[in-house]
Ligand binder design. Structure first.
Ligand SMILES: [Zn+2]
Length: 192
């Protein structure tokens, strides 16, 4: 009886496996490389987020467009950050992009880690946005460092339209003003 059930579930698994193989083959035939790469990233289950999800090595420049984390940023935001990076360099500060664009999978992993760290989803959301709301996932936010670069940008970022938008994240910048205009008030994620 038990063996019978096991055999049957084994058969079912095989059938599901075949269906997945068929789906992957038809995808590979009909889609471009980029889409296939995304598909394999999102179907790889428990694997860690990687470069294709927006993970970047230390000291990544806003000019490193070979990384999806930079390439998938909103083009206007990317240009503004590149201009700021060059201007900072003239002032002797070497800026790096810690994160730019992130896949939903990467954002989900960050949130899962934060929930483990802070003990509740509510508290975690003060530090890591929901994957459906994160401006990193839409390519409209960058986290920059080191601290002297963040300080420089909090003083001069508005020249490029760049502003710190979250009061508890000195490293998080978005393109939210016209170059030269003042920055809008920041959002406080710890309230509400
Ligand atoms: Zn951020």
């Amino acid at each position: 009886m038990l063996t019978d059930q096991l055999t049957r579930s084994g058969e079912r698994r095989n059938r599901v496996g075949l269906a997945i193989v068929a789906a992957v083959i038809s995808l590979a035939l009909t889609s471009c490389t980029a889409v296939s790469a995304n598909q394999s990233a999102s179907t790889s289950g428990n694997s860690k987020p990687d470069t294709a999800d927006g993970v970047m090595p230390d000291h990544t420049s806003a000019y490193d467009t070979s990384y999806p984390g930079i390439a998938k940023l909103d083009p206007d935001l990317r240009k503004a950050v590149q201009r700021a990076e060059s201007a900072m360099k003239d002032d002797g500060i070497k800026m790096q992009v810690t994160t730019g664009w992130r896949s939903k999978k990467y954002q989900e992993e960050l949130l899962t880690k934060a929930i483990r760290q802070y003990g509740s989803r509510k508290k975690a959301l003060e530090y890591v946005a929901d994957p459906n709301e994160s401006h990193h996932v839409t390519g409209n936010a960058v986290d920059l460092g080191p601290r002297d670069a963040d300080d420089w940008l909090s003083r001069h970022g508005n020249r490029y339209g760049l502003c710190q938008t979250l009061s508890n994240e000195a490293w998080h910048f978005e393109l939210v003003t016209k170059p030269g205009d003042d920055c809008p008030p920041m959002t406080d994620p710890t309230k509400g």
